[in-house]
Design a protein around this ligand. Structure first.
Ligand SMILES: Nc1ncnc2c1ncn2[C@@H]1O[C@H](COP(=O)(O)OP(=O)(O)OP(=O)(O)O)[C@@H](O)[C@H]1O
Length: 264
């Protein structure tokens, strides 16, 4: 379904990603881990279509990923913005309304009724039916992420992109969100790409885990080389020592980066 062929991404002279070549089948749940700033979000944005690649190819069903977001790809960020003056239900309906072609994106009559029903059904799916009349400021962190997921799923995407969606949540709430995401993944037969800074979360949720890290590293010129996928692991077949090894590698890269910025 997704294929990257020798993909590179640079911002100016800074190489962020290099030599990424991977294939992902429909229905996989890929978790992405790596040190801060190594390009995980950038990779998701390229899948979403809001960021371009510098070199190589990124294919969806054999064709280049469209250069703009579409209903087939939904995304949830750690921090996301909603319309504060609209209720939960209105926010979900707005996400639907703005997805329609037209000048204002507003829905009227039968289309509005249908959007309302779809939005309510989706709120029920994510366990927010009781909160449809609340305003965003009245929601807890977990509820807000449920709302974000409802909006992302409304266009019936095949691909769900999750960028540290639960990073700011308490452990108990996180566990509830894990169950929700796993249920939706199965129910909607989604292909999921999820960035997390938590290796354990990556292993628990994913069917496949990618570690982004630099293969080549020049302490004098940290921007000269980008990250590649250094581990591509089928979850469930990984032993404790491999986990420890990944942990060590990531800590080392983080320390080297820190040292460089302390010195400059
Ligand atoms: N629009 C941009 N212009 C220039 N540099 C950018 C831009 N977006 C990201 N970068 C840089 O690219 C690198 C990768 O950023 P990215 O957000 O993809 O990393 P990340 O692995 O997701 O980090 P984190 O785990 O902290 O979210 C960073 O050094 C960042 O500063």
């Amino acid at each position: 379904m997704i294929e990257a062929r020798n993909l590179w991404k640079k911002y100016g002279d800074k190489v962020v990603l290099e030599r990424i070549s991977v294939q992902v089948e429909e229905g996989e749940f890929v978790t992405l881990v790596g040190t801060s700033g190594c390009g995980k979000s950038t990779f998701l944005k390229m899948l979403l279509g809001t960021e371009t690649l510098t070199r190589g190819e990124l294919l969806l069903d054999g064709s280049p990923v469209p250069g703009e977001p579409g209903p087939d790809r939904g995304i949830v960020f750690q921090q996301y913005s909603v319309f504060p003056h609209m209720t939960v239900l209105e926010n979900v309906m707005a996400a639907r309304g703005f997805a329609r072609p037209g000048l204002t994106g507003l829905l009227f009559g039968a289309a509005r009724r249908q959007a309302r029903e779809e939005a309510l059904a989706m709120l029920k799916e994510v366990g927010l039916e009781h909160a449809s009349a609340l305003y965003p400021a009245e929601l807890s962190g977990g509820m807000r992420q449920r709302l974000a997921i409802a909006q992302a799923l409304l266009g019936r995407p095949r691909i769900l992109l999750l960028d540290e969606p639960f990073g700011a949540l308490d452990p108990g709430i996180r566990a509830d969100m894990h169950e929700l995401v796993l249920r939706l993944w199965r129910e909607y037969k989604l292909t999921v790409f999820m960035v997390t800074h938590d290796l354990k979360e990556g292993f628990y949720l994913g069917t496949r885990l990618w570690v982004f890290d630099k293969v080549r590293h020049d302490p004098q010129a940290p921007d000269a080389y980008g990250a590649s996928i250094t581990y591509d692991l089928p979850v469930g077949q990984v032993d404790r020592s491999t986990l420890d090894e990944i942990d060590r590698d990531l800590t080392l890269t983080a320390k080297e980066t820190e040292k460089h910025y302390e010195n400059h």
